[in-house]
Design a protein around this ligand. Structure first.
Ligand code: 5CA
Ligand code: ZN
Length: 426
């Protein structure tokens, strides 16, 4: 029997894709500052889903975007007197090396917003032509006689609001602080999102066909990248829970309107926010713990990954040095147990595989999976589980020579490697 891995709540439109391919779109970074642990938590979380699908025998098509042109990126480039393209390229590279270090399996397609502008232009032109979008007078447009910015008319989408389930008041409360412009004069509805921003002075612009020179809005970028590179319906659209509204609400609305199909995304899943010093870790607040900095300071990436898996992907959680200490101790414990695993322990190792697989398939329950391996390791090591002072000092155990699959400890090592992305070997 094949158990389907599940995330979040059951999809509202449980229509199978038919071809056995699982389609995943995860919102990628805006590359103006290095990868912090919050980003890493989100991508490690979806990496569990990819691994669970692969383990269940599915082919996986995974697309991630990079928002390589956007207001915060342009603002940071101006503030630091840098070329925005260079800043984006440099931070994208750093992000990719952080992901490699954390053993996050790379997406099938990693797609930039800039390279996708022709797709966005075509989609917005279509929305204007069908009355799903309209122009708004733009007095500060660079070109005199510009047709003006383009906004989506949410009134044409009766299912708008179905992703978040929020009330209009709740939506209005966060719309402005998450990139929206409820006060913009000339909009039909305060919540209508920007689709195309015509050229302004000192801003990069691209050819926009009938739309005039300009650049796309944020939500349409993710919508068209997902539809173009994955096809519809998408099985899972992911990102942190700060993207639920307006980003995912608006993106899915655009997909519904463009495709004419109600179930463009079968399931929205959202990662919890990692906080540090009591506030959401964010580039704008600056309370960042950077993956690259931890690694440069000598932290093993495997420890960082394990630290992130200690919390459930969907829950908001607090990061602290103690979380990293716990991961260091756990890694040391697992490594010792794998080296000390007894002959004749195969049945126990098979039980670990089954229980870890069950935990990951049950809404990516990594804390439960870790507890399973802990229990096995403590059983193997008996009273000598923790070396002198190990628990208190965050002792680092050197990677062990990894046993072959048929050797004692080998099946557990393979299980945590394949399903959790934790490499216990040297
Ligand atoms: N480029 C857009 C998405 S299209 C964006 O939100 N970029 S980001 O760089 O701000 O965030 C990248 C991803 O990390 C998003 O999925 C976001 O939800 C997630 N994220 C941001 N901050 C945190 C945090 N503190 N904890 C967990 N995830 C976070
Ligand atoms: Zn996105």
């Amino acid at each position: 029997m094949t158990i389907e891995p599940t995330v979040g709540h059951p999809p509202s439109a449980p229509e199978p894709n038919g071809d056995g391919v699982k389609r995943l779109y995860v919102c990628g970074i805006t590359p103006y500052d290095a990868t912090h642990l919050g980003h890493a938590a989100t991508y490690v979380g979806y990496d569990l889903l990819v691994r669970a699908w692969l383990d269940a025998g599915h082919e996986v098509a995974y697309v991630q975007n990079v928002t390589d042109v956007d207001d915060p990126l342009l603002e940071r480039a101006t503030a630091t007197d840098r070329d925005w393209r260079e800043l984006a390229d440099e931070q994208t590279e750093l992000f990719r090396s952080d992901m490699t270090n954390l053993r996050v399996l790379p997406p099938t397609h990693y797609v930039g917003a800039v390279e996708s502008i022709p797709l966005a232009v075509e989609a917005v032109e279509r929305m204007v032509a069908t009355g799903a979008a309209y122009r708004v007078d733009t007095p500060d447009a660079l070109e005199q006689g510009s047709p003006g910015d383009v906004y989506a008319a949410l009134s044409v989408d009766p299912d708008f609001g179905s992703v978040s389930g929020w009330s209009r008041d709740e939506m209005l409360e966060v719309f402005a602080e998450r990139g929206g412009d409820p006060q913009r004069e000339g909009k039909r509805d305060a919540l209508d999102p920007l689709l195309w921003r015509v050229a302004r002075i000192d801003e990069p612009t691209w050819r926009g066909g009938e739309l005039g020179e300009g650049r796309p809005g944020w939500h349409i970028e993710c919508a068209i990248i997902a539809a173009h590179h994955l096809g519809l319906p998408i099985d899972v659209q992911g990102g942190g829970n700060d993207l639920l509204f307006p980003h995912h609400e608006m993106s899915e609305s655009h997909l519904r309107v463009l495709s004419g199909r109600p179930g463009a995304v079968r399931l929205h899943a959202h990662g919890g926010m990692l906080s540090f010093d009591g506030a959401k870790m964010s580039k704008s607040l600056g309370n960042l713990v950077l993956v690259s900095r931890l690694v440069a300071a000598g932290e093993e990436p495997t420890t960082i990954r394990l630290a992130l898996l200690q919390g459930h992907y969907s829950e908001d959680r607090e990061y602290s040095g103690a979380v990293l200490d716990e991961a260091r101790n756990r890694l040391a414990l697992w490594r010792r147990a794998v080296s000390a695993a007894p002959e004749g322990g195969r049945a126990a190792e098979e039980a670990v595989l089954k229980a870890v697989r069950d935990a990951v398939r049950a809404n990516l329950d990594s804390p439960r999976a870790l507890a399973v391996v802990d229990e096995w390791a403590l059983g193997v090591l008996g009273g000598s589980a923790l070396p002198d002072g190990g628990a208190a000092t965050g002792d680092r155990a050197a990677p062990v020579a990894r046993p072959g699959q048929d050797e004692p400890g080998g099946l557990v090592a393979d299980t945590v490697d394949a399903l959790l992305g934790i490499d216990l070997g040297a």
